[in-house]
Ligand binder design. Structure first.
Ligand code: SF4
Length: 201
């Protein structure tokens, strides 16, 4: 159980670096998200590994909410957007994350991030809302790809997932990844009940 806690601490340490790296780039280039925008969270295609959801699963366990959350996730009948997104507008485009401190790595890169294109060159991916809010800044960022390259999304995700091959080698829809992470935590907890580390993980 201690192993899961230690692993989670290491994941969170990398999360701190990722958030800073991506936020620095977005601020430097003037590509910040629109205030209150939650469009990225609406997409049911957001994926994460079980490892990326481990800090959140442990947080829910510590709050006594692991079983209830697992049960809620089990009621989902189809792939849908993240259950932790709180819509604040009728169309759902305005909203907020209810577990912001524990969000997985992909959520720390929303907005503007780099990726390798088919030729292996660094390209820039920027959401359509930021592009329309800051068209000149976006153009300038594309021109500056060589002199001011964006941090690479895959590289940052690998930084996390290489911490544990078994939990970090496969991506799932975000709700499924959390479900599997909670199952891991509850399974370990049931075996460590009689041991000194009763807090699990
Ligand atoms: S974890 Fe938070 S930031 Fe990530 S998709 Fe869900 S609501 Fe959005």
């Amino acid at each position: 159980m201690l192993r899961l806690r230690e692993l989670s601490r290491r994941v969170e340490a990398v999360y701190g670096e990722i958030a800073e790296t991506f936020s620095d780039y977005q601020q430097r280039q003037g590509l910040q998200c629109r205030s209150g925008c939650g469009e990225c969270c609406l997409a049911p295609t957001i994926e994460a590994t079980v490892l990326e959801m481990l800090p959140l699963a442990l947080h829910l366990f510590d709050q006594g909410k692991a079983e209830q959350t697992l049960s809620d996730l089990g009621q989902l009948t189809q792939q849908q957007s993240c259950v932790f997104y709180q819509k604040l507008s009728f169309d759902g485009k305005q909203g907020q994350c209810s577990i912001y401190q524990h969000r997985p790595s992909i959520c720390r890169m929303f907005g503007a991030a780099g990726y390798r294109d088919k030729t292996g060159q660094t390209s820039l991916s920027v959401c359509k809302t930021i592009k329309s809010d800051h068209p000149a800044k976006y153009q300038q960022s594309v021109i500056m790809l060589q002199s001011s390259p964006p941090p690479l999304m895959m590289q940052s995700k690998e930084q996390v997932n290489e911490l544990d091959y078994q939990l970090g080698n496969r991506h799932y829809p975000i709700n499924t990844a959390l479900q599997l992470a909670l199952e891991q935590v509850l399974f370990k907890a049931s075996y460590s009940f009689d041991q000194p580390d009763q807090q699990i993980a």
